[in-house]
Structures are given as C-alpha cells and as structure tokens.
Design a protein. Structure first.
Length: 438
C-alpha cells in the first residue's frame, strides 16, 4: 500500500476510468468521428486538398453550395443500421481506437509504461507483469464440449480467443484509428486492439473483459469486483437484475457496458451531453479514482466527406468531482492531420498533450511518504467516520485502515474492531483465513 497524494489517502492500486462524451454531434448521427491517425481522416483530407488545388476559379474555394445540386458531402443514413451503436460489441481497446485514435492509444501506451516501471506503485507493476504473461493453453477437450470448456478450445475462458462467446476480432483496418485499426499516419503500436487476442484484449483471461459480466472481466482489480469477489462470497458482483423490484437494485448503476482495458484501467463507455450524471454513477460503482474524460465536439463538413472533431481531455478526481492539476488544450483532428502531412519539425500536437496529461497523473498518482499532518488522532477519527457510513463496499476502508495500522497510527485491536464492524465477525474470519492461505 502507498500514500497517493492526488487521492489524499492510501491505496493498493489507483483505478483510472476512460470515457468519451459527445458535447455536440449531428442529429441522429452514428458514424465514425474520424479520429487522429485513422485511414478515413487521411483520405478525407487528401481528397479535400486535391479538390482545392484543382480549382482555378479566382476567389473560389472549391466548395459547393450546401443545398445546391451536385453536393458531394455524406448523405443521411435512414436504414436500421443507423439506429444502432456501431461499437456495442467492441472491446474497450477497440472502442478507444474507434473514438479517439492516436490520442487514446498513445495515452494508453503512456499509462502502460508507467505501470510497467512501477511509477504508480508495486501492485500496479506486478499486475502489469502478470497480464503480460501468456495464459496456459491445453489441447484437451478436442470435441469442444460447451458444458466442459477448456483453455484453448475456442469455447471461451481463454485469452487466445474471443472470450465468453464474444464476436471474433474484426479484420485490420475495418475501424478507423491508429495502429491495428487504421493505416493512417499515426504511430500507434496496435497492441491494445484486442477483441480477445491482444495483450489486454477482451478475452476471458486473467485481466480480460468478456463483456457479459458486470464489468466485463473476472479480475477483482480489472473488474472492480469488490470484497465479496475477493472472498468468493454469495454477494459477489454480477449483472444487474432485470426483473428485481428491490429499490436498491433499481438505483444500482448498470455496468454492463464497462470494459476492462488493462489492470486498473477500464473503459466506461461513450455518453451524450445529457448523460454526465449517469457517467459519474458508473465511475463510482466501478471503483474508479481518476476519470479521464475525453469531451468531443463533432461536426459534419459542408461539402466534403469529412468529420471535424475537436477533443479535449479532462482529468477528474471521482471522489471530489474536481479536476487535477492539468490545463488541457483542444485537439482538432483536421489541424493535426494537416500538420502531419506538412512534415514540419517539432513535437506532434497529440504527443505534446499526452505528455502534459501524464505529467499531471504522475503528480497525482505516484506514491509519496505519509504526510506529517496525518496523525494517529486524525487517522482514528477518519476511520471511525468512514465506518459509521456503513458503505455497501467496505474494501477501500479496510485497505486504508490496514495502512494506518501498518504505519502505527492504529493498533491491531482498533483495526480488528473497525473490520468487524464493517464486514461482521464471519466476514473478518474469512478475510483472516484468506490472508493466511496467501
């Protein structure tokens, strides 16, 4: 456990949630936002520039009247396919590529580097190393009995195939975005384009998200399963009940769309302008500490097959609802693509913004010594106040109390009393037995 300055509390492994919010978009529009680095964006800009260069009329811009004959812009799609979400069955990494392209993929690469080097704590480093190891595969169950699935037999539960019966990964280039899903001018490595087959793809492996569970995965760190998931109790997190008439069930946040990306990093989905309150509830229910919210304004160009997308990243402390120390700059897909095509020297605009964001996360999430202001009296009062709230998920409070006990701010008896009040005598006995086993 470490003291996390940006959270003002100790934590085993800080969790980061990533989401996209459309603040502006064409009415009934379900198309691709043409993210930076995508093949679609590169082709659209090439076409636009070629038409402008070929126009010889003095004072003309090469654009056609929006309402005139011969309009070349994209037409409205009124088919049944336009009414559905094109990313509904994609894994978290695939959805990030679809909406954010290089911006999202490079952000994931930077976070992965921090995790692998232990910058955000030993626990996250160990989890990243475990996730990078190949899962064991066997060649038993040749018949592929669905009632007796085995690792590697294609019936789910293996990181080498599309897990939990999910769809197979799409062919490369089908979805715009850097790396695996696009042939644009970005530099994405493509290792996050999972579909169950990438390093952190949506399989049913140790850290993968199959998409059927409440958070799309079976790992307590990746899926936010909570204390009952760790202890294997009857109340472990599961899918939201459709027919329950209990008030608590009705108020429970729906996490069916949450996808695991890598240990301690989850995809919370794409929302519209009016859905921010629901996103906050989802982030809290998924035990997210920091929300990386990519706000997007999507506009359709007048006469070209081009989507103008302006993306602004905001880093928010989920508990306090306040932004962490980061001043974002809007990233415009058209401007970045033109900058790249010119081939000028300098730092790529996307890289510059990712570096700024990660530096802010470093200040917030890198472990720090216990502040001198945290005395035994304050620690005891804080734990007492937290226990008095009787939370539905007591794991975070148990971790914090254990940290204070390890630092000598709480006695072992005080920690035991707090734990028993939170989870009961039986729960504490199970927790102690589990600790002895490990």
């Amino acid at each position: 456990m470490n003291w996390v300055p940006g959270l003002s509390k100790p934590a085993l492994a800080p969790r980061i949630g990533i989401a996209v919010q459309y603040l502006e978009a064409p009415l009934q529009w379900k198309g691709s936002p043409m993210p930076i680095g995508s093949d679609a964006l590169t082709k659209a800009v090439d076409t636009m520039q070629q038409k402008e260069a070929a126009d010889q009329n003095i004072g003309a811009t090469g654009r056609m009247n929006k309402f005139g004959r011969g309009r070349t812009g994209p037409t409205a799609n009124f088919s049944e396919s336009a009414k559905t979400d094109p990313t509904a069955n994609l894994s978290g990494p695939q959805q990030i590529s679809y909406y954010l392209g290089d911006f999202g993929e490079w952000m994931l690469e930077a976070l992965q580097e921090r995790m692998e080097t232990g910058d955000y704590g030993r626990v996250m480093q160990d989890l990243a190393q475990q996730a990078a190891r190949p899962m064991p595969r066997t060649r038993g169950n040749v018949g592929g009995d669905p009632n007796n699935p085995q690792p590697g037999d294609g019936t789910g539960g293996d990181s080498g195939v599309a897990g939990d019966g999910g769809p197979p990964p799409p062919p490369g280039g089908q979805f715009p975005g850097g790396g695996q899903f696009g042939g644009g001018r970005g530099r994405g490595r493509g290792q996050f384009g999972g579909g169950g087959r990438g390093q952190f793809g949506g399989g049913g492996g140790q850290f993968g998200g199959g998409g059927r569970g409440q958070a799309g995965g079976g790992d307590q760190f990746a899926a936010g399963g909570g204390l009952e998931a760790i202890l294997g109790g009857d109340n472990a997190s599961g899918p939201v009940r459709r027919w329950s008439n209990r008030a608590a069930a009705k108020e429970r946040a729906d996490l069916s769309h949450v996808r695991s990306i890598m240990p301690c990093i989850v995809w919370l989905g794409k929302i519209d302008k009016e859905d921010r309150e629901g996103l906050d509830k989802t982030a809290e229910a998924a035990d997210v500490d920091i929300l990386a919210l990519f706000e997007m304004r999507v506009r359709q160009a007048r006469s070209e097959s081009l989507i103008n997308a302006t993306t602004t990243l905001k880093l928010i402390n989920v508990k306090t609802k306040k932004p962490i120390g980061y001043v974002p700059e809007p990233i415009i897909n058209l401007d970045v693509e033109k900058w790249r095509q010119k081939g000028v020297k300098g730092t790529d605009p996307v890289e510059k913004e990712v570096v700024k964001a990660v530096e802010a996360l470093d200040k917030a999430l890198k472990p720090a010594p216990l502040p001198e202001a945290v005395t035994a009296e304050r620690a005891k009062k804080r734990i007492a106040d937290l226990v008095a709230t009787k939370p539905d998920e007591p794991l975070a409070i148990l971790v914090e109390a254990r940290y204070y006990a390890a630092k000598g701010l709480l006695s072992e008896q005080e920690y035991m009393d707090a734990a028993k009040e939170l989870i009961g005598e039986d729960g504490y006995a199970r927790l102690a037995a589990r600790a002895k086993e490990e």
